[in-house]
Design a protein around this ligand. Structure first.
Ligand code: 5GP
Ligand code: ZN
Length: 104
Protein backbone atom coordinates (compact mmCIF):
# COMPACT_ATOMS: atom_id res chain seq x y z
CA UNK A 1 0.00 0.00 0.00
CA UNK A 2 1.31 3.39 -0.98
CA UNK A 3 -0.58 6.22 0.72
CA UNK A 4 -0.57 8.55 -2.26
CA UNK A 5 -1.39 5.91 -4.90
CA UNK A 6 -4.83 6.16 -6.52
CA UNK A 7 -4.88 2.47 -7.49
CA UNK A 8 -3.95 1.36 -3.96
CA UNK A 9 -6.94 3.38 -2.75
CA UNK A 10 -9.20 1.77 -5.37
CA UNK A 11 -7.92 -1.69 -4.39
CA UNK A 12 -8.50 -0.89 -0.69
CA UNK A 13 -12.10 -0.03 -1.56
CA UNK A 14 -11.96 3.68 -0.72
CA UNK A 15 -14.11 4.68 -3.72
CA UNK A 16 -16.41 1.66 -3.89
CA UNK A 17 -15.06 0.80 -7.34
CA UNK A 18 -16.61 -2.38 -8.73
CA UNK A 19 -14.11 -5.15 -9.48
CA UNK A 20 -14.82 -7.00 -12.71
CA UNK A 21 -12.65 -9.86 -11.46
CA UNK A 22 -10.40 -10.64 -8.51
CA UNK A 23 -7.84 -13.30 -7.53
CA UNK A 24 -5.73 -13.69 -4.39
CA UNK A 25 -3.13 -11.25 -5.65
CA UNK A 26 -4.78 -9.33 -8.51
CA UNK A 27 -7.83 -7.18 -9.25
CA UNK A 28 -9.48 -5.99 -12.46
CA UNK A 29 -11.59 -2.84 -12.80
CA UNK A 30 -12.80 -0.70 -15.67
CA UNK A 31 -10.72 2.25 -16.83
CA UNK A 32 -12.35 5.55 -15.87
CA UNK A 33 -11.57 7.01 -19.32
CA UNK A 34 -12.04 4.08 -21.72
CA UNK A 35 -10.17 4.20 -25.02
CA UNK A 36 -12.08 1.22 -26.46
CA UNK A 37 -15.56 -0.30 -25.88
CA UNK A 38 -13.92 -2.65 -23.37
CA UNK A 39 -11.06 -1.11 -21.39
CA UNK A 40 -10.08 -2.84 -18.18
CA UNK A 41 -7.01 -2.57 -15.96
CA UNK A 42 -5.41 -5.61 -14.33
CA UNK A 43 -3.40 -4.70 -11.20
CA UNK A 44 -1.47 -6.54 -8.55
CA UNK A 45 -2.95 -5.88 -5.11
CA UNK A 46 0.58 -5.18 -3.87
CA UNK A 47 2.00 -1.81 -4.87
CA UNK A 48 4.74 -1.89 -7.51
CA UNK A 49 5.39 1.46 -9.23
CA UNK A 50 5.98 -0.23 -12.60
CA UNK A 51 7.00 -3.48 -14.27
CA UNK A 52 10.63 -2.54 -13.60
CA UNK A 53 10.25 -3.01 -9.84
CA UNK A 54 8.56 -6.44 -9.88
CA UNK A 55 10.74 -9.10 -8.28
CA UNK A 56 8.17 -11.90 -8.26
CA UNK A 57 7.90 -14.20 -11.31
CA UNK A 58 4.84 -15.95 -9.93
CA UNK A 59 3.01 -12.64 -9.73
CA UNK A 60 3.86 -11.85 -13.37
CA UNK A 61 2.36 -15.19 -14.36
CA UNK A 62 -0.71 -14.56 -12.22
CA UNK A 63 -1.29 -11.17 -13.86
CA UNK A 64 -1.36 -12.75 -17.33
CA UNK A 65 -3.48 -15.62 -16.05
CA UNK A 66 -5.92 -13.00 -14.72
CA UNK A 67 -6.03 -11.44 -18.20
CA UNK A 68 -7.08 -14.84 -19.57
CA UNK A 69 -9.66 -15.48 -16.88
CA UNK A 70 -11.36 -12.08 -16.96
CA UNK A 71 -11.58 -12.01 -20.76
CA UNK A 72 -13.02 -15.51 -20.70
CA UNK A 73 -15.49 -14.46 -18.00
CA UNK A 74 -16.85 -11.59 -20.10
CA UNK A 75 -16.67 -13.54 -23.38
CA UNK A 76 -14.01 -11.35 -24.98
CA UNK A 77 -12.04 -13.53 -27.41
CA UNK A 78 -10.06 -10.83 -29.19
CA UNK A 79 -8.27 -8.07 -27.33
CA UNK A 80 -5.08 -6.07 -27.04
CA UNK A 81 -2.93 -5.79 -23.91
CA UNK A 82 -0.60 -2.93 -23.05
CA UNK A 83 1.81 -2.12 -20.24
CA UNK A 84 3.22 1.40 -20.15
CA UNK A 85 6.49 1.54 -18.22
CA UNK A 86 7.91 4.94 -17.36
CA UNK A 87 6.64 8.47 -17.88
CA UNK A 88 8.23 8.81 -21.31
CA UNK A 89 6.33 5.71 -22.47
CA UNK A 90 3.04 7.24 -21.33
CA UNK A 91 2.71 5.77 -17.85
CA UNK A 92 0.52 8.10 -15.78
CA UNK A 93 -0.38 5.96 -12.79
CA UNK A 94 2.62 4.51 -11.01
CA UNK A 95 1.02 1.30 -9.80
CA UNK A 96 1.68 -1.53 -12.25
CA UNK A 97 -1.29 -2.32 -14.47
CA UNK A 98 -2.02 -4.16 -17.70
CA UNK A 99 -4.50 -2.52 -20.02
CA UNK A 100 -6.98 -4.84 -21.76
CA UNK A 101 -8.57 -3.21 -24.81
CA UNK A 102 -11.26 -4.83 -26.89
CA UNK A 103 -14.32 -4.32 -29.03
CA UNK A 104 -17.36 -6.02 -27.64
P1 5GP B 1 -1.18 4.54 -17.81
O1 5GP B 1 -1.07 5.71 -18.75
O2 5GP B 1 -0.53 4.82 -16.48
O3 5GP B 1 -0.71 3.25 -18.44
O4 5GP B 1 -2.72 4.31 -17.60
C1 5GP B 1 -3.43 4.84 -16.52
C2 5GP B 1 -4.88 4.57 -16.79
O5 5GP B 1 -5.57 4.71 -15.57
C3 5GP B 1 -5.50 5.55 -17.79
O6 5GP B 1 -6.07 4.83 -18.87
C4 5GP B 1 -6.57 6.28 -16.96
O7 5GP B 1 -7.74 6.55 -17.68
C5 5GP B 1 -6.81 5.31 -15.81
N1 5GP B 1 -7.18 5.95 -14.56
C6 5GP B 1 -6.60 7.05 -13.98
N2 5GP B 1 -7.19 7.33 -12.81
C7 5GP B 1 -8.17 6.41 -12.63
C8 5GP B 1 -9.14 6.19 -11.60
O8 5GP B 1 -9.22 6.92 -10.60
N3 5GP B 1 -9.98 5.14 -11.76
C9 5GP B 1 -9.93 4.32 -12.85
N4 5GP B 1 -10.82 3.32 -12.90
N5 5GP B 1 -9.03 4.49 -13.84
C10 5GP B 1 -8.17 5.53 -13.74
ZN1 ZN C 1 -0.39 1.49 -5.55
Amino acid sequence: MSEDCIFCKIIRGDFGTEFVYETDNTVVFNDINPKAPVHMLVCPKKHYPSLNEVDNKDLLGELLQTVREVTKKIGLKSYRTQINTGREAGQEVFHLHIHILGNK
